[in-house]
Design a binder for this molecule. Structure first.
Ligand code: HEC
Ligand code: HEC
Length: 152
């Protein structure tokens, strides 16, 4: 390659890099901070619901929706061998009080009559589908019209 050609290629490369640097788009982020700044933890919000047994169920807004959790989940932990949500939801009664029991879809099918119910491990992490509620402003606008909000 001729020396002059090398020089002009180098010049083009330098100009391109400089142009990219000056026209760099300022990214806007949902957390309203620069992309390179360290993430700060969001403010912790209190759950709207109180202890289980004190509130009505939340109406479902689409078919097959995992129902929303109306009560607080503070203190109810889900560990590999110990799931405190199951204390109440494995049956329709807990300490003499009526509970909403998990649907048949949450249990392994058994052919033995009277067998103890066995939770399907695909349903173990309840909060991957069932969400407890806080009073939070949505991060993005949403005009979803649920079944419950449709006029009859
Ligand atoms: C001490 C018993 C108890 C525990 C523990 C408990 N719940 Fe509940 N849950 C209830 C009761 C009672 C209701 C009915 C609404 C109310 O009174 O708050 C309910 C309602 C629900 C509902 C709504 C059901 C429907 O059909 O709309 C979901 C979903 C739910 N709980 C999920 C959970 C999850 C997930 C956990 C664990 C993080 C959990 N619950 C822990 C007692 C409990
Ligand atoms: C993969 C998603 C998923 C997971 C994980 C899951 N659920 Fe559900 N749940 C659903 C869906 C969808 C429904 C509504 C349809 C049904 O009953 O299958 C439901 C329904 C329920 C209901 C209401 C049942 C009724 O007939 O009204 C309760 C209570 C419940 N789940 C509790 C739990 C608990 C407790 C756990 C954890 C042990 C759990 N779920 C894990 C998706 C899930």
């Amino acid at each position: 390659m001729k020396k002059s050609l090398k020089v002009s290629l180098l010049a083009i490369l330098t100009l391109t890099v400089a142009a990219c640097a000056t026209t760099a788009v300022q990214l806007s982020t949902l957390r309203e901070q620069s992309v390179s700044s360290a993430d700060s933890a969001p403010n912790e919000k209190a759950y709207v619901g109180k202890r289980p047994g004190q509130q009505a169920l939340i109406a479902r807004t689409f078919e097959k929706q995992p129902p929303l959790v109306p009560h607080t989940v503070d203190g109810y932990n889900i560990f590999p061998g110990d799931n405190s949500c199951l204390d109440c939801h494995i049956s329709d009664e807990f300490k003499g009080k009526k509970m909403p029991k998990m649907g048949a879809s949450h249990f392994l099918k058994t052919t033995q009559a009277g067998a103890e119910p066995v939770v399907d491990m695909q349903r173990w992490q309840c909060d991957s589908c069932h969400v407890a509620q806080v009073d939070a402003k949505p991060l993005v606008d949403n005009d979803f019209q649920g079944l419950a909000s449709k006029p009859n």
